[in-house]
Design a binder for this molecule. Structure first.
Ligand SMILES: [Ca+2]
Length: 443
């Protein structure tokens, strides 16, 4: 089974505790604060100083957490890039989203696929999905994606078709940090300015930071939504200087520290333009780390990128909105990528289509420290692997291994399988997950 077939299969099944999207609330919505969401790619739970790393120096993110809110139980919707990004864009489980299969691709892309059957871009999020960009734009926001897209390479899946006014970056899963060519054998330039492919000199992290800062500066008078989607520290592990001979472990650390410096630059830009107090700034990762061998990038968590265990999807989330978020707070609520959309649209006063199903919840009560953690089950599904979490309990099915039942509040590293001790709970969570699969529909 090819990766995209496996992925298509995975997203063809779905679930969930769907919430009808409420009419937008009043309150914060009147302010139409700016929203900056910075997402690192494959950054692990243990990779920042404020999450316990002693190797990586991340003063800007540590400072952001000290002045804002650090979440300890935030999860990416998928253990891989694209499912998480679909959830971010739609506020829905990726399994509920509509995806366009290969045979519907445009002729030019069909031809590319025929020439290179190994290329992995022949699918995309359906343009029929209601996206956070489109909703915020309809509420008067200027919207931009700076960085990685990875929700379809065909031109019909271009980010500007999904509610973004501006796009700078790349549409594939990753690029060479210096040449900006797709780096997994496709040998195709993947560096865009709007709908034009145009290369330029520069290191990817630096260029994206420059464009993100420019977007903020150009829109200081209007409410804006900036989705700054970093490439780093996803491989290939490359330094700025091609002549540098540091080891992958050293370069990997430099790349994480480069993301940290970028966050510092964005915070400085907001401050320069007097926007700090009118901007919700969020920093997170799209899935667990896949680091060089021997690097404890996911902290104590079991598993890594791709896994249903915590190392696959429990990742950092830092939120900062001076005067709104409680400075220095730690939030242990179990929250997920799909929660961003309802949070943002409620802030903006955006309206969503009637009867449109959103799976996420508004996190503003969490950000203001006024709510108890939400009571709900959360689900993951990728290929034949799945996991369900309710309260402290998590049930995992990976490959042909036996079911694993763990109390993640007491056993974060998932060392002790309690499935044989509590078979009734195993059955209950299994049923819950099967019901979720039915509820998200079989697209
Ligand atoms: Ca990723």
């Amino acid at each position: 089974m090819t990766p995209q077939k496996s992925f298509t299969w995975a997203i063809a099944w779905g679930v969930a505790t769907a919430l009808s999207f409420p009419a937008f609330a009043a309150g914060k919505s009147a302010s139409q604060a700016n929203i900056v969401l910075i997402m690192a790619d494959d950054l692990g739970y243990g990779s920042l100083g404020c999450y316990g790393s002693t190797e990586n120096k991340t003063p800007h993110l540590d400072h952001l957490a000290a002045g804002g809110m650090r979440f300890t139980d935030f999860h990416s919707n998928g253990p891989m890039c694209s499912p998480t990004r679909a959830a971010l864009l739609t506020g829905r489980y990726p399994q509920r989203c509509a995806w366009v299969p290969d045979e519907e691709l445009s002729p030019v892309f069909q031809e590319q696929r025929r020439k290179n059957p190994k290329q992995r871009w022949a699918w995309g999020l359906s343009p029929s999905e209601v996206t956070v960009g489109a909703l915020l734009r309809s509420a008067g926001y200027r919207t931009a994606l700076i960085g990685k897209w990875h929700l379809g390479y065909d031109f019909k899946f271009h980010p500007l078709n999904y509610g973004f006014d501006e796009f700078r970056g790349f549409v594939g899963g990753n690029v060479d940090y210096r040449t900006h060519f797709a780096s997994h054998g496709e040998q195709q330039l993947d560096w865009w300015n709007g709908k034009k492919i145009a290369n330029e000199a520069g290191y990817t992290t630096d260029l994206l930071t420059k464009y993100a800062a420019e977007f903020i500066a150009q829109n200081e008078d209007a409410p804006f939504f900036l989705f700054f989607s970093h490439a780093a520290p996803h491989d290939p592990w490359q330094s700025r200087d091609p002549a540098q001979t540091n080891s992958p472990v050293e370069i990997y650390r430099e790349m994480i520290e480069g993301v940290d410096a970028s966050v510092g630059a964005i915070v400085a830009t907001l401050r320069t333009h007097g926007l700090e107090k009118n901007t919700l700034l969020l920093f997170c990762s799209d899935n667990g780390a896949a680091p060089p061998r021997g690097v404890p990038a996911n902290g104590r968590l079991k598993g890594r990128k791709g896994s249903m265990h915590e190392g696959g999807h429990r990742v950092p989330l830092i939120a900062s909105w001076p005067g709104v978020t409680t400075a220095g707070a730690t939030n242990n609520a179990t929250v997920m990528t799909m929660d961003f959309l309802p949070t943002f649209t409620n802030m903006a006063g955006a309206t969503t289509p009637v009867r449109h199903v959103i799976d996420g919840i508004d996190l503003m009560p969490q950000l203001t420290g006024q709510a108890t953690p939400p009571q709900r089950a959360l689900h993951w599904l990728f290929g034949s692997d799945w996991a369900v979490r309710r309260g402290a309990w998590k049930l995992v099915q990976e490959g042909a291994k036996e079911l694993s039942l763990v109390n993640v509040e007491q056993d974060l590293a998932e060392t002790t399988n309690l499935a044989h001790v509590n078979p009734a709970l195993v059955d209950e969570l299994t049923r819950l997950h099967q019901q979720w699969i039915v509820s998200v529909g079989n697209k």
